[in-house]
Design a binder for this molecule. Structure first.
Ligand code: GLA
Length: 457
């Protein structure tokens, strides 16, 4: 869907669309398939009663997908075991109704608990794990997977699903062990566009337990997958291959919490993104230690099609089955979004979309901030200055400019007269711009001037 903000009705145009693709001028949706590799520069147009606008857009067809980090929503951080098709549909509706889709938010991802569960007493989670032919059986809360995918596609969005290479997911639901190919075929048949594969009980398999062993723990990551790269990569390589064999573009999200330096091999198993960390929660300690302390080592491996994933966003109403407003303060939330965008992270909103407030909406729809995350060069920022509580992150952008984040990890506001331009790779005359406020600051000559900054605690 062409992402364009503004009053509806709107009509869309696309000049120079390659053969095989077609545009619906009323919805702005481009559909179809390209038969040949290549790059196409298309001129997109959007028009409403107030005016019109054009923008160049690059369509690339080749071996790689997810050329910019995926943006969307995932059920886990708000609903966890309370996941249901109704919640998923409601989230998709809000992405469209509140206009997030017009800023590029696209994927609607179902996490754990769409399958039946090994021990739950909840009747809606009890039932067969697989049918007599071995096909996975969704639980009663997901009565029609194909219908759900059609519904989400009908809104101009894409849809994602979740499983584990082990016999059980982390939450104790049906995993894909020994049904990998069949599952990949099933997801493609239903129409899924994104797939998260979560290590979980595979830890026990990797350590040598039999799949039928009742003592297999759903969530114990085990030992071998932490040190032995062959063992760690095996299940992802297998599923990565089966996903590639489907006649669909399915983004492959590797989730094994960063074990055995996944950033070094994630691309080789067809992973489009890989978690670099254990699970995030909505506290400053969790978000800041993941964001500031654990990402630099993985940065050189991020590139178009392959992204480091510091886990999903914890803004809005989150709470893993028991949602409450995020415990991050507003400035901590600006830190979270700024940092994740600098890190070229997949951006997956983790909140209850039906309780979406205006602050969270503005936090997630600032196009100049999102453009840093989505910059096509795909270079992840690293920390270039670490001085007391000050952290300065910088990354190079496709147009030759630099995105820079100034962060204060301390408890008091910080006054700064910034002049270390060499560290962020800038010389000569420059016009700094505050992307959150979408305003230029005073022009500087980097040889003699400095930028006065107040960085909140
Ligand atoms: C793990 C993952 C989470 C989520 C849960 C589901 O903890 O890291 O992101 O998918 O499993 O059980």
């Amino acid at each position: 869907t062409i992402a364009a903000t503004g009053d509806r009705p709107m009509s869309f145009s696309a000049q120079n669309l390659p053969e095989g693709l077609k545009l619906d001028p009323a919805t702005g949706r481009i559909t179809g398939a390209l038969a040949m590799k290549g790059e196409h520069i298309v001129m997109l147009g959007a028009k409403n009663s107030l005016g019109s606008v054009e923008k160049k857009f690059r369509i690339v067809c080749g071996d790689q997908i997810a050329l910019t980090p995926p943006m969307g929503w995932n059920s886990w951080n708000c609903f966890a075991q309370e996941n249901s098709a109704d919640n998923v549909k409601a989230a998709a509706d809000v992405l469209v109704k509140r206009g997030l889709a017009n800023h590029g938010w696209t994927y609607v991802n179902i996490d754990d608990f769409w399958q039946n569960n090994r021990e739950s007493q909840d009747p809606t989670l009890q039932g067969p794990f697989r049918d007599t032919d071995g096909f996975v059986v969704p639980n009663a809360r997901f009565p029609d997977m194909k219908g759900l995918a059609d519904y989400v596609h009908g809104l101009g969005l894409k849809i994602g699903l979740y499983s584990s290479p082990g016999p059980w997911t982390c939450g104790g639901c049906t995993g894909s062990f020994q049904h990998e190919q069949q599952d990949a075929q099933t997801y493609a048949k239903w129409g899924f566009d994104y797939f998260k594969y979560d290590w979980c009980s595979y830890g026990s398999i990797a350590d040598g337990k039999a799949a039928t062993d009742k003592s297999i723990s759903s969530s114990d990551a085990g030992e071998k997958g932490k040190r032995d790269v062959e063992v760690a990569t095996y299940p992802y390589r297998l599923m990565g291959k089966f996903l590639r064999e489907q006649k669909r573009d399915i983004v492959f999200s590797v989730c094994q919490y960063g074990m055995s330096e996944v950033w070094k091999w994630g691309a080789s198993v067809n992973g489009n993104c890989w978690r670099t960390t254990y699970d995030i929660t909505d506290t400053w300690e969790s978000m800041s230690s993941i964001g500031f302390d654990q990402q630099d080592q993985a940065a050189p491996f991020a590139k178009p099609g392959n992204w480091n994933d510091p886990d999903m966003l914890v803004v809005g109403h989150v709470g893993w089955g028991n949602p409450h407003p995020t415990r991050l303060t507003p400035d901590e939330q600006y830190t979270h979004i700024s940092l994740w965008c600098l890190l070229s992270a997949p951006l997956l909103i983790g909140c209850d979309m039906t309780k979406f407030d205006d602050f969270t909406l503005s936090l997630l729809t600032n196009d100049e901030v999102l453009a840093i995350d989505q910059d096509p060069l795909g270079k992840q920022a690293t920390c270039v200055i670490k001085d007391g509580d000050l952290r300065v992150y910088a990354r190079e952008l496709e147009d030759g400019s630099r995105a820079v984040g100034f962060f204060n990890r301390g408890g008091k506001p910080m006054e700064l007269s910034f002049k270390d331009f060499a560290k962020i790779g800038l010389t000569g005359k420059q016009t700094p711009r505050d992307l959150w406020r979408q305003k230029n600051l005073a022009a500087v000559d980097t040889a003699m001037d400095s930028i006065p900054l107040t960085i909140p605690a």
